[in-house]
Design a protein around this ligand. Structure first.
Ligand code: GLV
Ligand code: MG
Length: 338
């Protein structure tokens, strides 16, 4: 039996028939907090009014001797704030499936606060079997604890094997909410030669042909993550789930973070992880359509009220396909404005 997709509902705007499902919940940023840190946890109630999703991280970046404190801290955090009333998603990133902590992570969290939890993020997913395992565990624990709202599952795409199996992961369970690119683990898994967490690299570039006057050759950095984001977006959209860019580790380089987020947004991602408060405003502005683009998209919809045919606007041809492109932008703008 298929579980309901709570985050999706038929498009409800405009006269023409809907052509795809629309996310009804904005998730421009998944904001990571370390639940074992008392000071940060004390700020969570206020944070919940500022971000779309708060995620209590139990995995990497939590020291091994703080794993239990992080789990307990997450449970306390989930109880202390009414995230649902604030309209904010509550997620957790559990430890890896081959770690000593995952069973207790899921058991304690679903038992104690399963009715408050929206999404479990699963790291280092390698294939659909990992999702099946979590799916079954969640089903057992929800039944035991009397949790009636199904907890959704979000996979991190961060191993070479996971990328090879991305399509099968995207449709592994009706619980699938979406997927995030994990550039740090993925770089290690692939044997990429970079110590950066996301973003570009000055040596990954295309050099222009030598100039006839012997002057310096122009070059442009390329997006190291283009291929994986494209694969992830296609797998997600083909299965009605959402794709996300993951972490950007250099908090001192807002411009580079914004550029990486924007590439992901333009390619179809719904949001990104924010690891530092400074990245929240960036994600808010990047994962919303440009006002000029929205204005033009509205003109397309107005010029083609039934979504068919061909018209010219400012010398640019519009037809049924561009009507759909315009709908993507206008529907997101309406969601942001709502
Ligand atoms: C995130 O978990 C990453 O490995 O980049
Ligand atoms: Mg990782």
């Amino acid at each position: 039996m298929k579980l309901p997709r709570r985050f999706f509902q038929p498009l409800a705007t405009g006269a023409p028939a809907p052509f795809r499902e629309l996310p009804v919940r904005l998730e421009r940023m998944i904001h990571f907090v370390p639940p074992h840190n008392d000071k940060v946890r004390a700020r969570v109630p206020e944070l919940a009014t500022q971000v779309d999703v708060v995620l209590g991280n139990l995995e990497d970046a939590v020291p091994a001797d703080q794993k239990l404190a992080a789990r307990k801290g997450f449970i306390a955090m989930a109880r202390a704030t009414d995230f649902a009333a604030a309209g904010t998603g509550l997620w957790t990133r559990i430890n890896a499936l081959n770690s000593p902590w995952i069973l207790d992570d899921l058991f304690e969290i679903v038992t104690e606060v399963g009715d408050r939890l929206d999404v479990v993020m699963v790291p280092k997913v390698e294939g659909p079997w990992d999702i099946h395992y979590v799916d079954q565990l969640l089903a057992q624990l929800e039944a035991r604890a009397g949790v009636t709202k199904p907890i959704l599952v979000h996979a991190i795409l961060e191993t070479a094997e996971g990328v090879a199996n991305v399509d099968a992961i995207a449709c592994a369970s009706p619980r699938m909410h979406g997927m995030s690119l994990g550039p740090a683990d993925l770089a290690a898994s692939r044997g990429m030669k970079t110590t950066r967490v996301g973003g570009g690299h000055p040596d990954y570039r295309v050099i222009a042909d030598p100039s006839p006057d012997g002057g310096p050759r122009a070059h442009a950095q390329q997006d190291l993550w283009h291929y994986t984001i494209a694969r992830m977006v296609d797998a997600c959209q083909a299965n009605g789930i959402k794709a996300f860019y993951g972490p950007f580790g250099d908090f001192s380089d807002a411009a580079a973070c914004e550029a990486q987020f924007r590439n992901a947004f333009l390619m179809g991602c719904a949001g990104a992880w924010t690891l530092h408060p400074s990245q929240v405003a960036l994600a808010k502005s990047v994962f919303a359509p440009d006002p000029a683009e929205v204005a033009f998209a509205l003109r397309i919809l107005e010029a083609m009220p039934d979504g068919t045919g061909a018209v010219m606007l400012d010398g640019k041809m519009q037809d049924d396909a561009t009507w759909k492109q315009a709908s993507v932008i206008v529907n997101l703008a309406r969601l942001v404005a709502a």
